[in-house]
Design a binder for this molecule. Sequence first.
Ligand code: HEM
Length: 466
Amino acid sequence: MSAERLSEKTKSIPKASGGIPLIGNTVEMAKDPAAFFLRCYRDHGPVYQINVFGRKSYVIAGVEAAKFMTQKSKRELLRSKEFWEDFRIHMGASKLLTGLDGPEHQKMRSIMRDGFSPRALEGRYGDAVGLADKALDRDWLSKDDVEVVEACQFMIVQILGDLMSGKAPIEYVRDIRLNILFILNVLVTRQRPKFFLKFPSFKRAQARVNEMGREMIGDFKERTKAGKLPDNLLGDIMRAHGEDPDFIQERDLQLLLTGPYVAGLDTVANTLAACVYGILKTPGVLEKVQQEADELYAKGSIGEEDIAGLDYIHGCIKEAMRLWPIAVAQMRVTTQDVEFEGHVIPEGEMIYIGTSVPHFMEEYFPDPQKFDPERSAPERREHMKPGVYAPFGRGPHTCLGKNLAELLMAIAISRMFHRADLQLDPPDYVLKTKSAPTPGPAMSFKIKVAGERNPKQKIQAEKEVA
Ligand code: HEM
């Protein structure tokens, strides 16, 4: 393309309105990024420029952006590396999945794909329910009120940790959380300056997470020697390290082995907490959730089909991910001039892909602010329209744990509403949210535990019974 034509087209990309001198759109975006991207989409169309902390970036959004992201021919036009590079260097790792692109990225994904799939739960549904019970007994049923986000973080670490390594690092949950908070804010989204990493609270949390990582590496090396690596993600990582130590290097092990906690903690806990709010807040929903959960646990044994078949509960989870997406936009850098919807975004520019914008558009989801689990019922299937629903992102970095996450969340929601009588406190409570580092309900979101609905009973996995 000639330089003249390029500059003509580039110039025509609109600048987001409402900017303030020096800080541009920073305040509006920080307050509610989903609403900001939607407002700009309505005002300017599917591509526009924004100014965050004085730095210019581009946004592509809407179903147009979703379609662009799913085209194989466009894959090489965007790169993830730049966003994760500071974190990779900070950790002294040679690579990390989210920061790889192209063939190396595909190679890493293929090593981890199976481990992040529902295979982690195969034959272990009974165990997973027992682990949810452990968390419910400790953090929910023994209390009058519960801080929902934190209690969900403990529950997910309890389940993931035990399933993956036979030991849940419960005592490290707060350290993992603080570590993620600082690393995402300072090194990835760069919403906070680098000197934040000198805060003693971060240094302590990081030292604790390093200690947890060292323990896991030691434990898995022992298991390698004894020929007792488990048939799961962590086993796959250690096997790949043994077979190709130049690719999975010794210095990468800590990030890789602790990765499931980092990938699963905020994402699942924020979504579960949002789901709890939607269920308790929306008239008529709680009763249907309780009925579906009670029917499930009336069976003595459960398998993947039972959990996947919790249609109403999955409808609630889908609504939580639509209304409170943990990734409002995906961030990339253009590897060459990128033509999009008749405009050209120049090479080397930072770009946000606003895949969640259609989640809030009445064209696709009538009465979009309503938490309505029946949207995904067969006669409506609103989420299935092309390009309108992307809670797990789009393109080559699409969430690798999405099927596992959906099953884990359905186990957690069904079990908590089967066992506990939960209520909003006060009943007209309106959810407060946070936007950094991962958008979702505020840590202060509390609910009342009014009592126990059903005592715990041992559930077996179908395989154990067969
Ligand atoms: C509510 C639950 C979850 C949501 C909404 C979610 C969402 C996402 C999104 C949007 C991305 C893409 C980020 C990007 O393109 O920049 C992603 C990536 C990823 N997620 Fe999830 N996630 C969830 C849970 C999980 C869980 C439980 C795991 C594993 C235990 C997991 C593992 C991963 C991995 C490994 C990637 C990186 C993929 C890559 O870079 O190739 N996620 N997730």
